[in-house]
Design a protein around this ligand. Structure first.
Ligand SMILES: [Zn+2]
Length: 197
């Protein structure tokens, strides 16, 4: 069953080892931030540093694993129809809009949407790591300059992941203007459970 994350919001859920998660961009050009925690010990969580190190790439896509801070595989990317994701930048937060957008007023953010939904699992704001930013298009120049560009995903693009351990997943429809080409769209996702005998 496909579920919807409304614009500028998020969700959290459990997924068991061997189950699959499909994250879909239904309209195109919409980023979804994903964080992972070991369901049995939330101190183990997704690690950008370990993933970029072990996969020897800045661009994480089909065939790669997402690794934890304890150097264990959390998910495998089975399919990635768009192929451009980011694993460098932290989730957009209230401060992102103050510092990068010069906007002092309230603004929804992935960080808030992650910690409010993950609270039910005992996860606190300070526990939120750098997210795997699905469909996010961060370009890097030779001199190291980073720039956030519109996603290259088009309607229907998806990433299919397989859990390598029992996980708590936090997932958003990103709230940042620059990451989503200036407009906010929902994100769809589907948890594909194992066949039960
Ligand atoms: Zn965001």
């Amino acid at each position: 069953m496909i579920k919807e994350i409304p614009i500028q919001s998020g969700t959290a859920f459990k997924i068991l080892k061997g189950e699959k998660l499909k994250v879909i961009d239904p309209k195109g050009e919409q980023v979804s931030d994903m964080v992972l925690f070991n369901e049995k010990d939330i101190r183990e969580k997704i690690s950008s540093g370990k993933t970029l190190d072990f996969e020897e790439s800045l661009l994480i896509t089909q065939g790669h694993f997402l690794w934890s801070n304890r150097s264990r595989k959390m998910m495998k990317i089975l399919e990635d129809t768009n192929g451009r994701n980011d694993f460098l930048l932290a989730p957009c937060s209230p401060e992102t809009f103050q510092i990068m957008y010069n906007n002092p007023t309230y603004h929804p953010s992935c960080f808030e949407n992650l910690y409010t939904h993950l609270k039910a699992f005992g996860i606190e704001p300070d526990d939120i790591p750098t997210a795997f930013n699905i469909f996010m298009n961060v370009q890097f120049a030779e001199d190291g300059k980073l720039s956030v560009r519109p996603p290259m995903s088009t309607a229907g693009d998806y990433v299919l992941l397989e859990a390598q351990m029992d996980l708590i997943v936090g997932l958003t429809a990103c709230s940042a203007e620059d990451s989503n080409n200036g407009s906010f769209k929902p994100i769809h996702y589907e948890i594909i459970r194992r066949d039960t005998p």
